[in-house]
Ligand binder design. Sequence first.
Ligand code: AQP
Length: 339
Amino acid sequence: MTSQAKKRVLSGITATGSLHIGNYIGAISQWVDNQAEYENFLFVADLHALTIPEAIVGKNLRARVEEIFALYLACGIDPERSTLFVQSDVVEHAELGWLMTCVTPVSWLERMTQFKTKGKVADVDSGVGAGLLCYPSLQAADILLYDPDLVPVGEDQKQHVEITRDIAKRFNAMFGETFKVPDVVIRQSGGRIMGLDDPTAKMSKSTAERSPGHAIGLLDPLDKSRKAIMRAVTDSNSGVDFSNELAPGVTNLLTIFECFTATTREQSREQFDGAGYGTLKSAVADVVTDKLAEIQSRFHDIADDRDTLNKQLARGAERARAIASTKLAQAYRATGLRQ
Ligand code: AQP
């Protein structure tokens, strides 16, 4: 199959904190698995991190962004096969983001679940920036600049890809056919890994910064990760009983196990039905810490080699800009801003 015949994929992760196994399962591992089949454009969303001031104030954001970039590589993204870049290194994102902000109705933005929840946490009345509201318009630009066929995300991001589709259709209706309308792809299992301390809440980077024991960070020490898994909330039963409804915390542990071992629920039923929770947790801790050890060893080699990392950052931005600048020019012409 030639690269032109491959479907194009666009996806990214916001630099709001350290990456966790939810990001790995819901996003990165899919990108790694799909890179032979698809033409991937993968980025670190640093401009989006500015929408949550508490995630950046007093932090060295660029260092965090480069850590995430190095983690993509350490998890197995091949920079020859995938175009890997940082959002703010490709200025076209901010420029198209403005055009998208101008075509997106405010009412669509106000309906977004993430704005309602994060806006509440940040307390909109206390003066949180408008970026929190306009985030989906910039995200639409991030996606539409590359004419992707598919956008693979975890379940929480589904609504954002849906609004991107609506924004693309609205732009096309207002200014003529300009953008491809991409499809969202959610992995069947593992699209929503829950917090270990609270299996009713999604595992998230920002909660992890406040609550130790909530998430397993990809760069967390292995003994700390094992302890967090051994302490994961289950229920008052002593073991796994598939004949009754499983507690959310037990289902979450099984899902993590299955995603890390590429096994099915049927296979884990055979392995764990009747087992004590300690046995299940220990098996999960083994597979997770084995994978973390592998990722961390590669990460340290990559992060230590600054020259190569800087070249990869520059090369990724150059490859992304080659596509993004053409699309932006087309959008400018469509709006009449350029001849
Ligand atoms: N718990 C999760 N389970 C499965 N997939 C997840 N993703 C995030 N959390 C889980 C997926 O990871 C990708 C990157 O997400 P993002 O950083 O752009 O935004 P997010 O979904 O808001 O991520 P977090 O970790 O929850 O960060 P904060 O706390 O900053 O909001 C997406 O594909 C996402 O679905």
